[in-house]
Design a protein around this ligand. Structure first.
Ligand SMILES: NC(=O)c1ccc[n+]([C@@H]2O[C@H](COP(=O)([O-])OP(=O)(O)OC[C@H]3O[C@@H](n4cnc5c(N)ncnc54)[C@H](OP(=O)(O)O)[C@@H]3O)[C@@H](O)[C@H]2O)c1
Length: 234
């Protein structure tokens, strides 16, 4: 069976499936990514501070994607069990959450979606002293973990539906191969995604979210996004 599956993937140019652990996967963005990746055929682990809350989220995921292998775990166990880990918690809890899961992240890709909004002025760019949330995560975790930032400009409620998402995803991180893997995952979730350079560049992507919030308010639209132009075939 594994040989046949491998052959079919090669034939259809499909990427290998991951066991994707989503920390804070009970929340809005984590739920949206879990739904999209479950439908794309990946195995999902929902991580939470509370096992019962993760179990409830898995039940809900199974209502939408009954065939998806999905498990509920507390965040540290989820981080250890995942082949690839995604952090989806509010910015103020980014580092404290990473601190609880650090041991399970070694030699893995961590996708960090954190936007460092500071209420009440969420429409004003207020990046942290480290430069960006992504850089803060990479510095905190060290070189044994490859932090790749993505999805900061995509609305969670769009991910939770079958809606076509016209907002592109800018992918930042220090390793090209890791960015490429995250681009594939974004495409499998229904979005166009782009190499956007090293982790330092995450500052610009995170800052764009406050710009989009302003555009939403001033132009009365519910979810503005960004699109990269210039490629002939789009
Ligand atoms: N919402 C969007 O449209 C959107 C778009 C782009 C990027 N983002 C980014 O995605 C991240 C998640 O956003 P969200 O809207 O999904 O957030 P959320 O629903 O408010 O929270 C996500 C999860 O974070 C966990 N959490 C809450 N308080 C915590 C604490 N004190 N310590 C550790 N974990 C805690 C909770 O999980 P448990 O209670 O199960 O532990 C919660 O379900 C943020 O960094 C945000 O900037 C969001």
């Amino acid at each position: 069976m594994p040989i046949i599956r491998h052959f079919l993937r090669r034939l259809f140019r499909m990427s290998d499936t991951e066991k994707i652990a989503i920390l804070g996967g009970t929340g809005d963005l984590g739920t949206g990514l879990a739904i999209r990746w479950a439908k794309a055929g990946h195995e999902i682990i929902i991580g939470s501070r509370t096992l019962a809350k993760a179990q409830k989220a898995v039940e809900n995921l199974h209502k939408i994607s009954p065939q998806t292998p999905a498990q509920a775990m507390e965040n540290p166990d989820a981080a250890s069990a995942g082949t690839l880990v995604v952090l989806t918690v509010p910015a103020e809890h980014q580092v404290s959450t990473l601190n609880t899961v650090k041991a399970g992240l070694s030699r893995k890709i961590l996708i960090d979606v954190t936007v460092p909004l500071v209420p009440p002025k969420v429409g004003t760019v207020q990046l942290p002293t480290e430069g960006s949330a992504g850089k803060r995560a990479q510095e905190f975790l060290g070189d044994s973990v490859t932090v790749v930032t993505a999805f900061q400009n995509v609305a969670a409620h769009l991910l939770q539906t079958d809606a076509h998402i016209s907002c592109d995803v800018l992918v930042c991180g220090n390793k090209r191969a890791a960015r490429k893997r995250v681009i594939e995952l974004a495409e499998q979730a229904g979005m166009r995604a782009w190499h956007a350079g090293p982790i330092e560049n995450s500052a610009a992507v995170e800052a764009l979210t406050s710009v989009l919030i302003q555009i939403n308010r001033r132009h009365d639209i519910s979810h503005s996004g960004i699109k990269i132009v210039g490629q002939d075939d789009h």
